[in-house]
Design a protein around this ligand. Structure first.
Ligand SMILES: [Zn+2]
Ligand SMILES: [Zn+2]
Length: 283
């Protein structure tokens, strides 16, 4: 059995989270997970440029309590999901500065004019135009550079799927996608396989396997996996599918973080004498 990790989880410290950090930890342990990163939202937007709903100190205090309560049973990492930090660069840099985060996930949830990507009228925009628009956001996000991994790379699929009645693929703008992935690799950042899409209308992870393969072929070595659970019961959902995808794309390791330093965990199916294939290496 592999050492299971879930690197994308939201607690009640996110406005859309339903469970406490303690409840999430309990669920993770019950699901056989060895390590989690809580990644509550820091989500500045045009109506709230300073992301003032983010309770950083309260969140940190609860992580520390959970670390004590679950010592020896679960590794709990202090994470954050920064929403559109390239559009709010100063406040986003300030919130992570001098704070002991283990893992920083950066996501594009909004378009530059302030619209959330879920509010877009997908019936009025074609697949290529949509992918181009979103990839341009991702490119700006990578240029911002102050993060570890990019969240849910083809998130637009979540909202376009019910309208298009099919899943878009970012590969329809192949050159631009490749450029973004090359920038990710060259700047030492990574991407995640986010399994929430398996539970939603796309019925496919974010991003799709073709994108993960292209990332690997571009030289990508940093890959995390996460459920994007907003409820304790979803913690760990789809992790085995994510591992299978990672293996199929050619990955033999996934990445975990300790105070923003990457470490790699084996995901090959070989077993050692203890029956556990956990191996962490530093590169
Ligand atoms: Zn997100
Ligand atoms: Zn999230």
């Amino acid at each position: 059995m592999n050492y299971l990790v879930d690197y994308h989880i939201h607690s009640i410290y996110s406005t859309d989270g339903h469970n406490t950090i303690m409840e999430i930890c309990e669920s993770a342990v019950n699901n056989g997970i060895g390590e989690i990163a809580i990644t509550d939202h820091f989500e500045p937007n045009i109506a709230d440029e300073f992301g003032s709903s983010y309770n950083q100190i309260g969140y940190w205090a609860h992580i520390n309590k959970a670390r004590q309560a679950f010592r020896g049973r679960l590794n709990i990492k202090l994470g954050v999901e920064l929403g559109q930090p390239h559009l709010f660069p100063e406040v986003s840099s300030a919130v992570i500065k001098d704070f002991p985060y283990d893992y920083i996930l950066a996501s594009a949830h909004k378009l530059p004019a302030g619209m959330d990507i879920k509010e877009l009228d997908y019936s009025k925009v074609g697949e290529e135009e949509l992918c181009e628009m979103y990839l341009r956001q991702l490119k700006q996000l990578v240029y911002w550079n102050n993060f570890d991994c990019i969240g849910h790379l083809d998130l637009i699929k979540r909202y376009s799927a019910p309208v298009y009645k099919k899943n878009i693929s970012l590969t329809c703008r192949h050159e631009l996608l490749k450029e973004v992935l090359q920038l990710v690799v060259q700047s030492g950042k990574g991407i995640e396989i986010n399994t929430s899409g398996l539970r939603q209308s796309p019925k496919e992870a974010f991003p799709s396997l073709d994108v993960v393969k292209l990332y690997r072929d571009t030289g990508g070595e940093i890959l995390t996996i996460g459920s994007d659970a907003h409820m304790a019961e979803d913690v760990g959902r789809g992790l085995n599918e994510a591992l299978a995808m990672a293996r199929e794309a050619g990955f033999r390791y996934i990445t975990v973080y300790n105070l923003r330093k990457p470490e790699w965990v084996s995901i090959t199916e070989e077993k050692n004498t203890f029956g556990i294939a956990k191996r962490i290496i530093n590169r």
